[in-house]
Write a protein that binds this ligand. Structure first.
Ligand code: GLN
Length: 189
């Protein structure tokens, strides 16, 4: 059976995640309202602008239901802005965060020189490197004890997992490699 996996579709690169989830064996569904949350096995929070997505979550009355669903066990995968939204804190500023992943992230952490870059990244559990696309990406500045670091760039964690919550600072949906979406789909089963 193809597990039903939601893609939060308020802003950001939704279409690419839908395609990658289909390739990974899931039944992707856009999520725009509380009703769309019911029956899901997992949810992807895409990249985009975390402050905007956070505000839209509040405006669409999705913020608390989504937080409660993930806190209650709904598998979640956040990429880039999605990783920021899952976090418990950001190093600077104030914005709505779901607080379901015990990390503090630094937004736009790689600086102006490195706004966007691509590297072949070693990821825990994969037998060959993953071609990772970073776009104004965050990194994990502080991770709680329960958080497993799955990949790092210059000692800064850029992919983490805490139980049923997965997050990457880069964009796996922008390449043809669906291994990380497959890993997430496995987490939803
Ligand atoms: N810089 C964005 C933010 O802070 C994230 C960028 C992305 O998702 N590609 O929300």
């Amino acid at each position: 059976m193809r597990p039903p996996v939601g893609v939060l579709a308020l802003q950001g690169d939704v279409r690419e995640h839908v395609a990658a989830l289909t390739a990974a064996g899931a039944d992707p569904r856009p999520v725009r309202s509380v009703a769309d949350l019911s029956g899901l096995a997992g949810i992807v929070l895409p990249g985009g602008e975390s402050t905007t997505i956070g505000k839209l979550l509040v405006r669409f009355d999705l913020f608390e239901p989504l937080r409660d669903a993930i806190a209650g066990g709904l598998a979640a995968y956040g990429t880039c802005a999605g990783m920021i939204l899952l976090a418990v804190g950001v190093t600077e500023g104030d914005q709505p965060l779901l607080g379901v992943l015990d990390v503090v992230v630094r937004r736009n952490a790689f600086g102006r020189q490195n706004e966007s870059f691509e590297i072949d990244l070693d990821v825990a559990g994969l037998d060959s490197p993953f071609h990772a696309v970073f776009i104004r990406a965050p990194w994990v500045a502080k991770a709680g004890r329960e958080v497993e670091v799955m990949a790092a760039v210059d000692d800064h964690p850029v992919m983490v997992r805490q139980g049923h919550v997965l997050a990457s600072a880069f964009h796996p949906e922008l390449t043809d490699d669906s291994r990380l979406h497959r890993l997430f789909v496995e987490m939803t089963r």
